[in-house]
Write a protein that binds this ligand. Structure first.
Ligand SMILES: C[S@@+](CC[C@H](N)C(=O)[O-])C[C@H]1O[C@@H](n2cnc3c(N)ncnc32)[C@H](O)[C@@H]1O
Length: 329
C-alpha cells in the first residue's frame, strides 16, 4: 500500500469519527467551537492595545493532534506537478462556486497583511492581481482597503468575466477596474505600469521551474521601478513544523477536498526553489521569503474570522504557506 492509500484511509476514519453527519458538523461549528474560540479570545486579549496576539487564533484551532493523514512518512522532497496549469471552462465554474463565497476571510487575511506592510499608501496603488481566478482578493482590496485601481489578470476568460463583473458592481467613486487575459509568462501590458503585483495561491499550478522563473520575471517587468511583487502561496517542505501544520489544515478541510488540497501541496514550490529563482532575476532588487503569519488582529477582525465557514483558512497563515515580497530595482 503506498502512502497515498494510507492518507485516504486515515482521513476516512477521521471524518467518520468526527464529521459523520452534516448536522453534527454544523452543531459542532456553531455552538461549541465558536463558544470555545470566543472564550479563548477573551482570555488571550491583550487589554493594553486591544490586539489579539498573532499566535492566539492559530493556537485556537490547533487542538487536533496526531499524524491523521500519514504525512510524517511522506517524502515531500521532490515536486509533483499538477496535470494541467489552466482550468477548463467547466472546472473554472466549479472553482468559482467553491471558492468565491460571501463568508470567506481567506483573501481578507492577505489584505490585512498588505495594509500592515504598506499602510495608507496601499489606497493610492494601481494593483495587478495576477492569476486572479474569481478575483476575490482584488474585490476585498477595493472594499476593505479602498484601493484606487485593480487590474485583474488570468488566462481563463470565465474567471475574468466573473472577477470584473463582481468587482464592477461594488465600485465606489474614484475606483476603477479592468482586465488582462494572457498566459502569466507573457502578460499583455507594457512594462513599469503597476505599483503592486499580487499573486495568491496560484503559482503552484505552473508546470516547471522554468515557467515559474518566466512568470516572476514577467510580474517584475510590469511593476514600476521601486514597486513590489507580493506572492502568497502554499509551500512544500519536509520539516516537522510544516507537516504538523499541514495535518491540522487537512483536519479542518472538507473530506472531499482533502485529496485535492494534498495534490496542491505536492505541486507547491519550496522556499529554496523560490529563492533560487528570484535570486537569479536581475530586476529583483531585494526580496524576503517568510512563513505566512496572521497580521495583528483586532477584536472586530477576530469576529469576522470566526464567522468564516471554512475555519481552516486561518491555518493558511501558518508554516503551510509562505509570503514573498520582492522590490523591483
Ligand atoms: C488555484 S486558482 C487561484 C485563483 C485566485 N488567485 C485565488 O486565490 O482564488 C489559479 C488561477 O490561475 C490561473 N492560471 C493557471 N495557469 C495560468 C497561466 N499559465 N497563465 C495565466 N493564468 C493561469 C487559473 O485560470 C486560475 O484562475
Amino acid at each position: 500500500m503506498n502512502s497515498r492509500n494510507l492518507i485516504q484511509i486515515n482521513s476516512y476514519y477521521y471524518y467518520q469519527l468526527l464529521y459523520s453527519t452534516e448536522s453534527y458538523r454544523k452543531e459542532l461549528l456553531h455552538n461549541s467551537l465558536i463558544k470555545e474560540r470566543l472564550d479563548y479570545f477573551n482570555r488571550s486579549k491583550n487589554m493594553e492595545n486591544n490586539l489579539v496576539t498573532t499566535q492566539g487564533p492559530l493556537d485556537m484551532i490547533q487542538g487536533i493532534r496526531g499524524d491523521l493523514f500519514g504525512l510524517q512518512t511522506l517524502d515531500l522532497t521532490a515536486r509533483k506537478a499538477e496535470p494541467t496549469e489552466m482550468f477548463a471552462l467547466d472546472e473554472a465554474q466549479i472553482y468559482i462556486d467553491g471558492c468565491d463565497f460571501p463568508g470567506t476571510i481567506d483573501y481578507l487575511l492577505l489584505v490585512w497583511t498588505l495594509q500592515e506592510r504598506f499602510g495608507k499608501e496601499l489606497q493610492d496603488m494601481h494593483v495587478l492581481e495576477a492569476m486572479c481566478g474569481p478575483g476575490r482578493l482584488g474585490r476585498d482590496l477595493l472594499t476593505e482597503a479602498g484601493v484606487a485601481r485593480v487590474t485583474f489578470h488570468d488566462g481563463n476568460s470565465q474567471m475574468l468575466t466573473h472577477a470584473v463583473s463582481k468587482a464592477t458592481s461594488i465600485l465606489t467613486s474614484g475606483q476603477q477596474v479592468d482586465s488582462i487575459q494572457s498566459d502569466v509568462t507573457r502578460i499583455t501590458s507594457s512594462g513599469d505600469v503597476f505599483d503592486l503585483v499580487l499573486c495568491h495561491n496560484s503559482l503552484h499550478q505552473l508546470e516547471n521551474i522554468g515557467r515559474l522563473r518566466q512568470a516572476i520575471a514577467e510580474m517584475l517587468r510590469v511593476t514600476k521601478p521601486g514597486g513590489y511583487v507580493v506572492i502568497a502561496d502554499y509551500q512544500r517542505s519536509n520539516s516537522l513544523a510544516f507537516k504538523n501544520a499541514l495535518s491540522q489544515r487537512l483536519a479542518e478541510t472538507r473530506p472531499e477536498i482533502v485529496q485535492l488540497l494534498l495534490d496542491t501541496f505536492l505541486a507547491a514550490w519550496s522556499k529554496e526553489e523560490f529563492e533560487s529563482v528570484i535570486s537569479s532575476l536581475e530586476a529583483a532588487d531585494e526580496f524576503q521569503i517568510e512563513e505566512a503569519r496572521l497580521p495583528s488582529i483586532t477584536p472586530a477582525m477576530f469576529m469576522r474570522m470566526i464567522e468564516d465557514p471554512v475555519l481552516g483558512h486561518v491555518m493558511d497563515r501558518s508554516p503551510i504557506s509562505q509570503l514573498i515580497i520582492i522590490r523591483k530595482q
